[in-house]
Ligand binder design. Structure first.
Ligand code: NAI
Length: 314
């Protein structure tokens, strides 16, 4: 059993704790918002109920997750620390600077940043060699993928250690050769989002249509056959020809996203404000959360026997 210390008990922090506890590990969770810490038990309980944990095991698994009330306390008990605080570089720097005086230099620190450079996160650290980018996907107890990346100063031994521990959880681990913002998954995902926003800005279709095309077409294909395998499958000559004629008309925008800016100026920020690209009528958020988990679960049995890619892309 490894004892993890998780900083940040929000969406990802509590979900990662559940994934670890299901595999028999312990997790001490610290958050600087007392309301988040007070609600941790309930949030873990409802994740466990949804996660497929057999009812007889729920209490034992839940008991492996405890709230801790300071970084010093967290550091005292942790074999590995996971940073899962808000996605702001300054916040991550403050947390790591406050943590390190309490933590022996050989204890690994993993950051769950989505799109920040690991080297930039490490910049505030006394011992940057111990920081590894370990990027989980939401919900962490369901989605198999975990991406692992070093920063410029990361000692490869810490990367190997993270890779081994995550693979032992039964996760699909991929290992990047070097640090790039967004790992692989978010770079691919947001290249698609950028193109979708361009289609909307150009008046090609409605937001709902983008989702239909992905859910009924592209997404189904990619859940079964990845884009690289598909490129070979259709032939690299055809792939080359398609890119040659299509690439000049694809978005290369880096700053202007008028569709989003217009909605944000009207305070239509999506789910939380009731309107965004779509209309968030009451009940839609719950329906989406349930559909997301059910959809992932539905695709998981196909992976059985394969447990694809322990060892991944390195
Ligand atoms: P969240 O907002 O749900 O949770 C962040 C938590 O950090 C909050 O509970 C907040 O109180 C706490 N926090 C903020 N400052 C703190 C401090 N100084 N000390 C202790 N706790 C502090 O955010 P979420 O979604 O859990 O994201 C956490 C990290 O995981 C971010 O870096 C995010 O980019 C990344 N991530 C998010 C994913 C998602 O789907 N939401 C997926 C993968 C990574």
């Amino acid at each position: 059993m490894t004892r993890f210390g998780i900083i940040g008990g929000g969406l990802m922090g509590h979900g990662i704790a559940v994934a670890l506890a299901q595999a028999g590990h312990g997790a001490g969770v610290f958050d600087n918002d007392p309301a988040v810490l007070a609600g941790l038990g309930d949030r873990v309980g409802s994740a466990l109920a949804r996660s497929g944990t057999p009812r007889a095991r729920v209490a034992a698994v839940g008991d492996r997750i405890v709230a801790v009330d300071s970084l010093a306390e967290l550091a005292k008990q942790a074999d590995v620390v996971i940073e899962a605080v808000s996605e702001r570089l300054a916040v991550k720097h403050d947390v790591l600077a406050a943590l390190e005086p309490h933590l022996p230099p050989d204890v690994p620190v993993w950051t769950n940043t989505s799109v920040l450079s690991i080297s930039a996160v490490a910049r505030a650290m006394l011992h940057p060699q111990r920081l590894v980018g370990v990027h989980w996907w939401n919900p962490p107890y369901l989605i198999p993928l975990v991406e692992i990346a070093p920063g410029t100063d990361t000692d490869p031994g810490f990367v190997d250690h993270a890779h081994t521990l995550i693979a032992e959880l039964g996760k699909t681990t991929v290992r990047l050769h070097r640090d790039v913002p967004g790992f692989i998954g978010n770079r691919l995902q947001f290249a698609l989002v950028r193109e979708a926003l361009q289609l909307l800005a150009d008046g090609v279709c409605e937001p709902e249509t983008i989702d239909t095309v992905v859910r009924a077409g592209v997404g189904l294909r990619w859940a079964a056959v990845g884009p690289m395998e598909n490129a070979d499958y259709i032939g690299l000559d055809l792939t080359r020809a398609i890119l040659g004629s299509l690439a000049p008309s694809l978005s290369t925008e880096t700053h202007e996203f008028p569709v989003l800016d217009r909605l944000l100026a009207q305070e239509h920020a999506g789910r939380a404000s009731g309107r965004g690209l779509l209309d968030w009528r009451p009940g839609r958020a719950e329906e989406v959360a349930a559909r997301l988990e059910a959809g992932i679960r539905h695709n998981l049995p196909a992976r059985r026997g394969g447990r694809a890619g322990h060892g991944g892309s390195h």
